[in-house]
Each structure stands twice: as C-alpha cells, then as structure tokens.
Design a protein around this ligand. Structure first.
Ligand SMILES: Cc1cc2nc3c(=O)[nH]c(=O)nc-3n(C[C@H](O)[C@H](O)[C@H](O)COP(=O)(O)O)c2cc1C
Length: 357
C-alpha cells in the first residue's frame, strides 16, 4: 500500500483546492530528492532536449513554480509549471475545482490564478538547473493586448526555461481560445517567433544535458477542434518555428458523467477525456505526418494509456488528473510499465515506439 493511498481519504475529505494547496505546501517543505534513474531505453531527444523519461507533469498543478524539483524527484521525466501571466491575478471565484470521483475526472474553472511571471522568475532563478523544466505562459484576463502578454512570457521566462509552452487553450479565460483561429494564430505565432530570446550562448548546462541557445517553444491546443483545424494549426506552427504541439487541454464537451458535480462549468479532464484526447492526437499525427513532435495529455492513467499515445505518434506524454486519484507515484509506475512494454516488443528505445501503430 502506498503512502498516498493512506493519505487520500484525508485529502478527499476536504475541498479540492484546499487539498491542493496543502499538497504544494507539504512538497515545498519536503527534502529534495535526487533525480530518479530511469531505464536508459526511456530516454529520448525531443526538440533538442534530452528527456530521461517520456512521462511528464502537465501544467496547472504547479502554477507558480513552487515545487518543480520535488515533482522531478518524485519520478516525472519533466515538469511543466504555469500557466503564468504577466500580472498576478486571482482567478475565478471559489469553488472552482471539483473532483468527480465516480468518473475519475476533474472539472476546473480556475481562470489562470497565479502570482505572475516575475514572482515565478525569482523563484526559478534561485534553483539549480537539473531535470527538464517547461514554463507554460498565458495572457491576463483583463489584458488589452494578449499577444503582448505572450511576448512578455517568452522574453521574461526564456532564461530559466528548458522549453516554453504557449497556452491558448484554457476554456476559463473568456475569448482565449479564439487565438486558435486562423489569422489570430498566425499573428500570435509570428510575434512569439520574433520574441525568442537567446538564453545565453553557449547554453547553460544542466543535468538534462547542454541546452539549446533559445528554449524550444511548444503550442498547447484544446481538444475541442473541428475538421480542418488540425491542418491549419500544423501549418501555422510549422511556418513559425513551433517545436512541438501539446494535445490537449481540458474539454468543454461533456461525455456521459455520473458524478454529482457533472453540471459544473469549466474544463473537464481525467478519464472521460481519454478517448477525445487520443482521437485529437491521431488527427494531429495525420495532419503533420510526423513532421512536428506531439506531446499527448488527457486522461492518461496507466502505462497502457501512455503506450497507446506513443504508438499513435506522441513523443512524450503528460498527466495531471490521474495523480489526484493515484498520487505522484503514478509517474514512476507508468515509466516502469513503458520500459516493460518496450522489452516485450523487442524495441531498444522508446523512440522506436513513436507512431508505431
Ligand atoms: C486543476 C487543473 C488546472 C489546470 N491548469 C492548467 C493551466 O494553468 N494551464 C494549462 O495549460 N493546462 C492546465 N490544466 C490542463 C492540464 O495541463 C491537462 O492538459 C488536462 O488536465 C488534461 O490532462 P489530464 O486528464 O491528465 O488531467 C489544468 C488541469 C487541471 C485539472
């Protein structure tokens, strides 16, 4: 029995956001763990970065970059902090985070609550660089120039990030996802491309190996897309030097759900998102033909799910909601399960499995 299975009843007895805050507080006090040793066959190079395991922590758990090293130590092959906006903002009124236990799902309408870029930058500057750290950036709700907010995120956070994620897919900032539309997307990606700041030449060295001179930029999309969107987004990303797509954020759709909180407004994640996220990944794989690395997220809760995404074309995977139910040990269990699957299929490295189905 894991420590988390003992603690879970207490965490589930209090409201979800209080439990989350308590978890972050506890993790920030915990002694720093060494980086785990993963099976060498799990290591891969994506967008010029070396990932020791393809299983990462998705954005939204550590919005303010308080505990990235704790999460790396607990077994994530990479950690994405944020979403961070230029100015601090409170987010939506509480309650805004709901566990749908019967569905193994979460609904959230947090609304980019975060302490702002500068506070996170201070924190990240003090840290010793080890492990792969992504910084997810967004726009303030009341911003008059959203594109300028992303440009600020790129220029401010480049020196401390191994990669940056341009998040235009949160359903909880009104109008944000309009940035996925044709003209706006191209304008945004051009501005981001022009803002890419060298983070020091030669790049700083970290446990992840030598870093590229400018952090690669990933684009995170929603799973609620229509026919034609995939080709268009792949083209805009390719034309503007985007290094990978993260597929996908939470969904505003509502597959059949059983839990009492199923009517809450917000983005749905966890098990009910699984089929949609896999379908969207397949559509992006067929639109890109493998030319753009894909990072799969949404409903991944075990090694089989992770394997399915990798076989469907994902170079890396991320998760969040399953950790609410299974605890942080899930990252290591999935990594070990993937290493086992590789051995069974006679492949010597995870890269061989990418798009193998
Ligand atoms: C409480 C919560 C907060 C989130 N906040 C963010 C965020 O700030 N930025 C972001 O890009 N994604 C955010 N996400 C989305 C996750 O990164 C992920 O894309 C989504 O939850 C699907 O993965 P999962 O089913 O493994 O949770 C959040 C998800 C949850 C559950």
């Amino acid at each position: 029995m894991s420590l988390y299975s003992l603690l879970r009843p207490f965490a589930f007895a209090i409201d979800a956001e209080t439990a989350h805050r308590a978890t972050i507080a506890a993790l920030s006090l915990a002694p720093r763990l060494p980086l785990p040793n993963f099976a060498p066959a799990l290591a891969s190079q994506v967008a010029g970065l070396r990932f020791p395991s393809p299983v990462g922590l998705a954005a939204g758990f550590d919005k303010d970059a308080e505990v990235p090293d704790a999460m790396l130590g607990l077994g994530f092959g990479f950690v994405e902090v944020g979403t961070l906006t230029p100015n601090p903002q409170a987010g939506n009124p509480k309650p805004r985070l709901f566990r749908l236990k019967e569905d193994r799902a979460v609904i959230n309408r947090m609304g980019f609550n975060n302490g702002g870029l500068e506070a996170a930058l201070d924190r990240l500057r003090k840290r010793e660089r080890r492990g792969v750290l992504g910084v997810n950036i967004g726009a303030n709700k009341d911003s008059e120039d959203r594109i300028a907010d992303y440009v600020a995120g790129v220029t401010r956070m480049s020196p401390v990030a191994d990669y940056l994620t341009v998040n235009i897919s949160s359903p909880n900032t009104p109008g944000l996802r309009n940035l996925q539309a044709g003209g706006e997307l191209v304008e945004l990606l051009q501005a981001v491309r022009d803002a890419r700041t060298p983070n020091g030449l030669p790049g700083p060295r970290s446990a992840a190996g030598p870093q590229p001179a400018t952090p690669p930029i990933f684009l995170k999309v929603a799973p609620d897309l229509e026919a034609g969107d995939h080709d268009r987004i792949v083209r805009a990303a390719g034309d503007n030097g985007i290094d990978a797509l993260i597929v996908a954020n939470t969904t505003v759709s509502r597959p059949a759900l059983r839990s009492a909180q199923r009517g809450e407004t917000g983005g749905l994640s966890g098990r009910p998102l699984k089929a949609l996220a896999l379908e969207q990944l397949r559509l992006f794989r067929s639109a890109s033909g493998g030319s753009l690395p894909l990072i799969a997220v949404g409903g991944i809760e075990n090694a089989d799910d992770a394997w399915d995404r990798i076989a469907a074309g994902a170079s890396l995977v991320q998760l969040y909601s399953a950790m609410v139910y299974e605890g942080p040990g899930i990252a290591r269990r999935i990594a070990d399960g993937l290493a086992h699957r590789l051995g069974q299929s006679g492949m010597s490295n995870i890269v061989e499995a990418v798009g193998s189905r």
